[in-house]
Design a protein around this ligand. Structure first.
Ligand code: SF4
Length: 301
């Protein structure tokens, strides 16, 4: 039996739900029960009814699934698949920022560790960061750990002062895009969409700034044959072409998140077979982080 078929059989046998992020390898996306962005996956994890959830993505995503559904067994196929952006923020940095700006609200990007989320007022994703910040009463808001997302929020919510912590926090995949990528797309006649983790000058030059879930929405229902340059991780191209085979989607082949590619079909198979590696978090961290994540989910309802 092929690996993919064995995975599908094991999903049935173990009554397991397999979730995969948009940046996962194509073959993982093909066997997953649901593929989406961080917000969609958080919602899916919250409402999961199956006893076993296998999360193909990076560690903070599996932690979020566990926090939202503590009664379920949540597995991450590769423990070493972490997010270098999330690792740029520590609880100590966040505590110092709070002390320096006592009146500021703390909005934490979902790309952060559970220990940091436990210290936040509310969590956000790239899909809802602007709406979450706008809904707060505080005139000053700490946004961590992605400074480009913080800059995007500042451009959309000028009435508040946004404080980026750390000041240079970034995702190395999105930081690599330049205005030249936007111009190259335009020369092809494409509409250009960039992720809010891209640099501010790339955001300003693009036609749209959107989360990966937002990109899915933008392309929905478009006339056939339209060209799109999508400035985000390469595998988003696979996802969009699969959803919209009549659209022409360009991505940069070297825009690769190494951690998102650590999970292979074999890792997923072993994870299902041996029920490894279970996500375990301290009870207090889970409880505090859950409050901040649920405030985000409730804000979107
Ligand atoms: S693409 Fe960037 S933000 Fe997303 S998991 Fe990889 S390093 Fe982290």
């Amino acid at each position: 039996m092929k690996t993919g078929d064995r995975i599908c059989a094991l999903k049935e046998e173990k009554d397991a739900l397999v979730l995969a992020h948009n940046y996962q390898r194509p073959e993982i996306q093909d066997v997953a029960d649901f593929v989406g962005d961080s917000l969609e996956l958080a919602r899916m994890a919250e409402s999961a009814t199956k006893p076993l959830v296998v999360f193909c993505g990076v560690l903070f995503m599996a932690e979020t699934a566990k926090i939202l559904n503590p009664g379920k067994k949540v597995l991450v196929p590769v423990r070493e698949a972490t997010c270098p952006l999330a690792d740029q923020l520590t609880p100590g940095m966040l505590a110092r920022a709070r002390a320096d700006h006592p009146g500021a609200a703390v909005v934490l990007y979902i790309n952060s560790t559970a220990a940091c989320k436990a210290l936040a007022d509310v969590v956000c994703t790239s899909a809802n960061a602007v709406g979450i910040v706008r809904s707060l009463d505080a005139p000053e808001v700490i946004v961590a750990p992605d400074a480009n997302l913080a800059a995007y929020v500042q451009s959309q919510v000028p009435e508040k002062r946004i404080i980026a912590v750390p000041p240079g926090g970034h995702c190395y995949v999105h930081q690599d895009f330049t205005r030249q990528d936007v111009f190259s797309g335009r020369e092809r006649g494409d509409t250009v969409i960039c992720h809010p983790e891209c640099r501010p000058e790339v955001q300003e030059a693009s036609d749209h700034v959107a989360s990966t879930g937002g990109m899915v929405q933008i392309l929905r229902g478009q006339p056939p044959g339209r060209g799109w340059t999508v400035l985000t991780e390469r595998e988003m191209g696979y996802r969009l072409r699969r959803l919209y085979p009549d659209q022409v989607v360009h991505v940069r082949d070297d825009a690769v998140c190494r951690d998102m590619k650590k999970t292979t079909l074999r890792d997923l198979l072993l994870s299902l077979e041996q029920e490894r590696y279970e996500v375990v978090l301290p009870g207090e961290t889970m409880e505090n982080a859950r409050g901040a994540i649920q405030r985000m989910l409730e804000a979107g309802r």
